[in-house]
Design a protein around this ligand. Structure first.
Ligand code: NDP
Length: 311
């Protein structure tokens, strides 16, 4: 039987509506949460991401502002900008769009963000809060994965969860959130022995690898829930055939654009999994929705406003 498709667009829309309602309640009490996005230079992918973030902020009613230092910016100049944003009371969230140019010490810049305004949840203090289950800001993509599981009523407690990928941004925080939700968690990476065998143990399998369609049917226990975080562009005909042979809709898109988006999970996994997130339209939409939720959460925590909703 084909897997249930976990619709990230629908869940993200629910979260955005909750966030917008929360922003309205805060605004009525005289507080308008503010998000500042720092975009250095003109990286085309970063420009697209930032445009999406600013648009979403406006839609949910946040005060949003974009700072665009030139590609030649120095570490010190960026540190001064961050210090200014840290000081300004109307700014609740600060997001520094990565990657930064090579002359900039990215780690120093990210460390300079006030942890209370760190809406990406990358600051070591927030990492510590997450691992010790204290209130803090959680990275957006992992938080979005948990929302997909919870809102789709996927059982987590006591389940075997396998996370493939150990990045600070996705793999590790996702594993930590699953542990906190009482799953039994295994983290895999490029040195893991018998990856298919380990993955087959999973009731919940999270793929955050960055390799097109690497997780094939033989990695997946029948009925498992599969969360596909990967976002990879397929540009060659051979790769397209390996992944999408016989898929007329994809064929049309591939011919028109010369590329198509695929996750880390092979499309055929949908024939064995119990539930699966599609790419596109799965985890991706949750990342921006959770950024909005984090901005409001940061405002609430910093200003002592009580929780208003699940977001
Ligand atoms: P990283 O490159 O930082 O991490 C990839 C991880 O995968 C590493 O831990 C690496 O292991 C592991 N890995 C690589 N090759 C293999 C292999 N052959 N077998 C087992 N493990 C392997 O990537 P990110 O975590 O930043 O992102 C992962 C994917 O998720 C990417 O496709 C990215 O585009 C996507 N992404 C999607 C988002 C969304 O909103 N949907 C948001 C963020 C990311 P090792 O540590 O040993 O090198």
């Amino acid at each position: 039987m084909a897997a249930t498709i976990l619709d990230g667009n629908k869940i993200a829309a629910e979260i955005r509506a909750e966030v917008a309602a929360g922003v309205k309640t805060m605004a009525a009490a005289g507080v308008r949460p503010g998000l500042a996005v720092v975009l250095v230079g003109h990286n085309p992918a970063s420009e697209i991401y930032v445009r999406g973030k600013v648009k979403s902020s406006e839609e949910v009613g946040l005060h949003s502002e974009k700072h665009t230092p030139p590609e030649s910016v120095s570490t010190d100049e960026l540190l001064r900008l961050i210090a200014d944003l840290n000081r300004r009371d109307e700014i609740d969230g600060i997001l520094v769009q990565l990657p930064l140019p090579p002359q900039v010490d990215s780690k120093r810049v990210l460390l300079a963000v006030d942890p209370a305004k760190d809406v990406d949840g990358f600051h070591p203090m927030n990492v510590g809060f997450l691992s010790t289950q204290r209130p803090g800001l959680v990275p957006c993509t992992p938080a979005g994965i948990m929302e997909i599981l919870k809102r789709s009523h996927i059982l987590i407690a006591g389940q075997e969860a396998v996370v493939v990928g150990r990045s600070d941004i996705v793999g590790k925080p996702t594993a930590m959130l699953l542990i906190n939700a009482n799953a039994t968690v295994t983290i895999c990476h490029s040195k893991t022995r018998d990856l298919p065998g380990v993955c087959r143990r999973a009731d919940i399998l999270v793929a955050a690898i960055g390799r097109a369609g690497m997780i094939t049917r033989d990695f997946v226990k029948p009925g498992a829930t599969v969360i596909d975080v990967g976002m990879n562009q397929v540009t060659t005909r051979t790769e397209f055939e390996r992944l999408f042979a016989g898929n007329a809709k994809r064929e049309e898109a591939f011919r028109a654009k010369g590329s198509t988006l695929v996750g880390d999970v092979h499309p055929q996994v949908a024939m064995v999994a119990g539930a699966i997130t599609p790419v596109p339209g799965g985890v991706g939409p949750l990342t921006i929705a959770m950024l909005m939720a984090n901005a409001v959460r940061a405002a609430r925590l910093r200003r002592g406003v009580p929780e208003f909703s699940k977001a």
